[in-house]
Design a protein around this ligand. Structure first.
Ligand SMILES: [Fe+2]
Ligand SMILES: [Fe+2]
Length: 171
């Protein structure tokens, strides 16, 4: 895995593009069943992504990235996770389902901009201050594969309890 894994920033940016494409598919899909299937995929991708950032990427950024920026990013992950839990638990005729997915998309767009912003974003700061993106890329790829297996086996709902337990409140 370590030999072939992309560096951490490439891996995380690839995830961002994948989720953007899924949100677009959601908007273009018609029919409740099709939309729910895509929303479940979006949820799974975001669960994996926020976990590998919370557990590996952000900790590696401690002391290298402005502390206020990192704190804000953790809170944004928590907010997104609460919405993801609502989407996963939504009943069959939730009138707010599409609105929830739309708000999640807007939250993620904002968050991704703050990670990727040229020079001042979290990724730029981390790289400039010497975070080893090659080593971290291998760690992220391993963690991602592990969580993907969990979700493939039991569905994204396996993470529901953890999604509602915000990192910031429990830190
Ligand atoms: Fe990210
Ligand atoms: Fe993030």
């Amino acid at each position: 895995m370590a030999d072939t894994a992309p560096d951490a920033i490439t891996l995380l940016k690839n995830d961002h593009r994948e989720v953007e494409s899924l949100f677009k598919q959601f908007e273009e899909a018609s029919g409740t069943a099709a939309k729910r299937k895509i929303a479940e995929k979006i949820s799974a991708e975001l669960i994996i992504h926020t976990r590998i950032e919370n557990e590996h990427f952000y900790p590696a950024c401690e002391g290298k990235v402005d502390e206020a920026d990192l704190k804000e990013a953790y809170v944004e992950h928590d907010a997104a996770n609460l919405l993801i839990a609502e989407i996963l638990e939504a009943g069959k005729d939730d009138d707010f389902y599409e609105a929830k997915v739309k708000v999640l998309k807007e939250e993620i767009e904002h968050h991704v901009k703050e990670e990727e912003r040229w020079l001042t974003g979290i990724f730029s700061q981390a790289k400039r201050h010497g975070v080893d993106m090659d080593a971290l890329g291998a760690t992220l790829a391993d963690a991602k594969a592990r969580i993907e297996q969990e979700i493939a086996k039991d569905g994204p709902e396996v993470h529901l309890a953890a999604l509602k337990k915000t990192k910031v409140a429990t830190a």
